[in-house]
Design a binder for this molecule. Sequence first.
Ligand SMILES: Cc1ncc(COP(=O)(O)O)c(C=O)c1O
Length: 448
Amino acid sequence: MQTAHIVFDEIGGKNATRVTKMRSSKVRDLFSAAVRPDIISLSGGMPDVSLLPAASIRTATRNALDDDAERAVALQYGATNGHVATRQVVCDLMRDLGVRCKPDDVLLTSGAQEALDLIAKCFIDPGDIILAEGPTYLGALQAFSAYEPDVRCIDFDDDGMRMDLLEAELERIGKGNPRLKFCYVIPNFQNPGGVTMAPERRKRLLELSREYGFLVLEDDPYGRLRYDGGHMIPLKVLDDRVVYLGTVSKVFAPGLRLGWMVAPADVLSRVNLVKQGADLCGSSLDQAVVRHYFTDTPWERTLQTFIKTYRVRRDAMLAALEEHFPPEARWTRPEGGFFVWVTLPEYVDTDSMLGAALEAGVTYVPGNSFFPDGVTGRNSMRINFSYESPENIAEAIRRLAGVIDERLELYRAFIKAGAIKVDPETRAAIESYRERAEKTGAAAEEGE
Ligand SMILES: Cc1ncc(COP(=O)(O)O)c(C=O)c1O
């Protein structure tokens, strides 16, 4: 896969200032590195489309194109907000999640990614304040950054975005501040964090949005990919003012660029206007194939196959982390989605460690990619479990543990010398880990 390479010097610096401030996505850049066959990639966010039954794809594409009348629609321009029949299918999908909407409440986009850009284009002037989880989806940061906002990141814990920190930030911003535009959240199996927002925090976020006057943007690509625990009520069910973003990318296929927005009429009319300028309308063919996939094929059975497969891969990753990762590392335990978020001691810089990881045959995404300043989160990383086999995942984690271990050696020497203070529990864990590692090393030497 090629990554964007822009050479401005040849056009004499005529580019807009906003473009010079935009960063290339580390994930996209890593795609090109990951083509080496010996490298196991934990860096992407791809669904395993090989799990899709060929018969379903054939049925959906044939039904979109075989019939004369259907073909005429599928190959023609369409309405900017999308074909009504596909918007009706979206309403049916949303009903399963508890959201009641009608086709007029829905606008189809080219993936959820386009929706992020359109929302940003409608709402952000340079310097406007956007709230988001920190770390957050880097594609959202990229989409927002073109409009030069001031993105304020709010830390999360195992129950999602921390409401105490959000409240403190809102107090600093002030009630009714016209610069405060929206809060962007991924409440289910967050990307990159893997954490899910607890029900009481969902309610609190919505209370705060009314109190301080900001929109809530709920991005939910992974909500249906739950491996344990019960369904969480979407923010959109709790408050109709929420702008909800959905996509077929993770439950069907990202090659069909189809996402959607369910939003109040005053938001949709603005988005419709900017979408006209962006692409006139989305792909009619993609909309037709998606509609037939969800009406003419056993897609719910296929979704169960995705869920079962990803659960096994997630478990393989968590087990390998438990077995191989050093005691200084912490990681999240996602109940669904695609990602685990790993935090290492402050001392480790995962951005500069990436070269050594590539040497060892494994890739991940350094944590700083998921923060707007590109600096915060340098001691963390996102690792993906949806794409590789359980065996590859275990091997990748083993390789990665070796790379991290090397980096930690110096840190451990400092702890031993008392130059870095840690709590007795961590100290004991490090000691027993080292003893174990030494024993394993000695046993391996004897065996040689
Ligand atoms: C949180 C989040 N939002 C949006 C997207 C974009 O999805 P789409 O393929 O629908 O554009 C992704 C893709 O990885 C994502 O993880």
